[in-house]
Design a protein around this ligand. Structure first.
Ligand SMILES: Cc1cc2nc3c(=O)[nH]c(=O)nc-3n(C[C@H](O)[C@H](O)[C@H](O)COP(=O)(O)O)c2cc1C
Ligand code: SF4
Length: 494
């Protein structure tokens, strides 16, 4: 490879990583929660927008519009019979080992590490826990798939890339309850037969990196990590891999490529990471919030967890409310509560303006209009109305953000973050963004443009290799279904 081609390859590689050479200190957030809050705090938004560089989502949606230097913390509350994920966070957190062990931390670990791994798998199955990273995949099924592999080494990866604009629960779990994730990784390692774990942590969360790194060192010093975990003879160690500012690296196969040092493009599946993951070895990838439920389930029992929630969505979910609400913040709710309860009773409605809808489960999911706020929070129930639980972001928007503006913003986000493997996602997302941008700048686009947008959305839906492209199509389809007239304003109707 000559110097020129090597330079261009590295250029291409680096373009995925928006923070490769920088810290977040001076960055201005352009995530969806900041975008819809731009009118509410116009002066701040203008100041932030003048700042460079811009990036998507700093995990400060409760204080949006936000920038790297903002230090506010969110309101946190438990609105369920049992607080599981937020139980320590609402008490001020348990960053140190002493604080964690004083609140039942590591209490059941030794006992479980002395029992057969299959008993852990059975307990997780009883809980009916489903992944909180977006897809809602049954956790026990994934753990069993890794446990069934004979190859060694196997790996456990905690996915802390949390790129979904609107959601910020993983950030605060890692900042306030890091040992819960460490304990969960140890238990997961034992259950699936892995001796090595990694937390893939986004660079946008520098406090989480500092706190988690200190917690891992403390756990190792205390014998909870290392060659002989808690004196049980089980060997397990954990490290942190720092992401470089790429949204698509949250997708589990792009994440694996990123860890292997190759461009973070999505891998076709099968084979799944459970069989052929990091460096071709069986790998368990779980979201941080999914993992944060594990120590509680193994202390209180899978049946106690299953008793919470409803239908095929058991346990609790933490929802992240954006700054337009009266009471933005993190709320742990039982699955099954109506979206209206979250919006009106927990969030207290909007501070100003009239709510037009909520973008629920992340921008690559769906928009829910007020007429559907009685839908219960559940994986299947939200899917039936074209939305998704996703990672639990709930971004309300008011009449100062039009549907064409939302479409332009979300398609621009996807175009920026696409890994580029599928043509409709790589090129189509930019094309749709430009159609809406032109309509916003120069007036309604043509009927041909409208038909072209519809074709691209169909192609995204039918051919995308990963949830970025299909989620983008879902977002567009839900906007077209629930707000047909508002979206049509972007196109000439004569
Ligand atoms: C574009 C894209 C981005 C994603 N980002 C994240 C992320 O930041 N964190 C996460 O846990 N899962 C993310 N996911 C989902 C992961 O691919 C994977 O399903 C998840 O980490 C599995 O964990 P779970 O079963 O515990 O949910 C993303 C998926 C896609 C398609
Ligand atoms: S849908 Fe987009 S992000 Fe996903 S694999 Fe295809 S090009 Fe990459």
């Amino acid at each position: 490879m000559n110097a020129a081609s090597s330079a261009s390859a590295s250029q291409r590689h680096r373009s995925y990583y928006h923070l490769a050479d920088s810290t977040i200190t001076n960055h201005a957030c352009q995530g969806l929660a900041c975008f819809v809050a731009r009118h509410a705090q116009a002066t701040k938004w203008e100041a932030i927008s003048a700042q460079q560089p811009h990036m998507y989502c700093l995990g400060k949606c409760f204080a949006a519009p936000a920038c790297g230097t903002d230090t506010a913390r969110p309101h946190m509350a438990i609105d369920a019979p049992n607080g599981i994920v937020l139980s320590r966070l609402v008490q001020g957190g348990a960053r140190t080992l002493t604080e964690y062990t004083a609140t039942e931390g590591y209490a059941a670990l030794t006992d479980w590490l002395r029992r057969p791994p299959a008993e852990i798998l059975d307990e997780i199955e009883k809980s009916s826990l489903r992944g909180r990273g977006g897809a809602g995949f049954p956790t026990a099924k994934k753990w069993r798939a890794v446990a069934a592999q004979n190859a060694q080494p196997k790996y456990v990866i905690a996915n802390a890339d949390e790129g979904d604009p609107g959601a910020y629960i993983d950030r605060f779990i890692l900042e306030d309850d890091p040992h819960a994730v460490i304990e969960a990784c140890i238990l997961a390692g034992y259950a699936v037969g892995a001796n090595k774990g990694t937390v893939y942590l986004r660079k946008e969360y520098p406090d989480a990196l500092r706190i988690l790194t200190a917690a891992i060192a403390e756990a190792r010093d205390a014998g909870f990590l290392g060659a002989n975990v808690a004196g049980t003879g089980f060997a397990f160690d954990l490290d942190v891999f720092s992401g470089q500012g790429s949204y698509v690296c949250g997708e589990e196969t792009a994440l694996l490529n990123s860890m292997e040092g190759v461009p973070p493009m999505v891998r076709p599946r099968p084979p799944y990471p459970t069989e052929h993951g990091l460096f071709g070895q069986p790998t368990l990838v779980n979201n941080v919030e999914t993992l944060a439920n594990i120590p509680w389930i193994l202390r209180q029992g899978g049946a106690a967890y299953h008793a919470l929630g409803f239908s095929r969505s058991r346990g609790t979910k933490v929802v992240s409310l954006n700054s337009l609400f009266h009471r933005p913040g993190l709320y742990e709710v039982e699955f099954g509560v109506p979206v209206r309860h979250i919006v009106e009773e927990l969030g207290g409605g909007l501070r100003t303006g009239t709510i037009q809808g909520v973008i629920i489960g992340g921008p690559l999911a769906g928009v829910l209009p007020p007429s559907l706020f009685d839908t219960p929070l559940g994986f299947d129930e939200l899917q039936q109305v074209g939305a998704s639980v996703g990672h639990g972001g709930v971004i309300a928007f008011d009449e100062r953000t039009s549907l064409p503006e939302l479409m332009q913003h979300v398609f621009a986000f996807a175009a920026e973050e696409s890994c580029g493997k599928c043509t409709p996602c790589r090129i189509g997302s930019r094309t749709v963004e430009e159609v809406f941008q032109r309509a916003l700048n120069a007036g309604p686009a043509s009927r041909d443009d409208q038909a072209f947008v519809a074709d691209i959305v169909s192609a995204l839906h039918a051919t995308s290799l990963c949830g970025l492209g299909t989620g983008l199509a879902d977002f567009a389809l839900s906007a077209l279904k629930h707000y047909p007239k508002e979206v049509a304003h972007a196109f000439r109707q004569d």
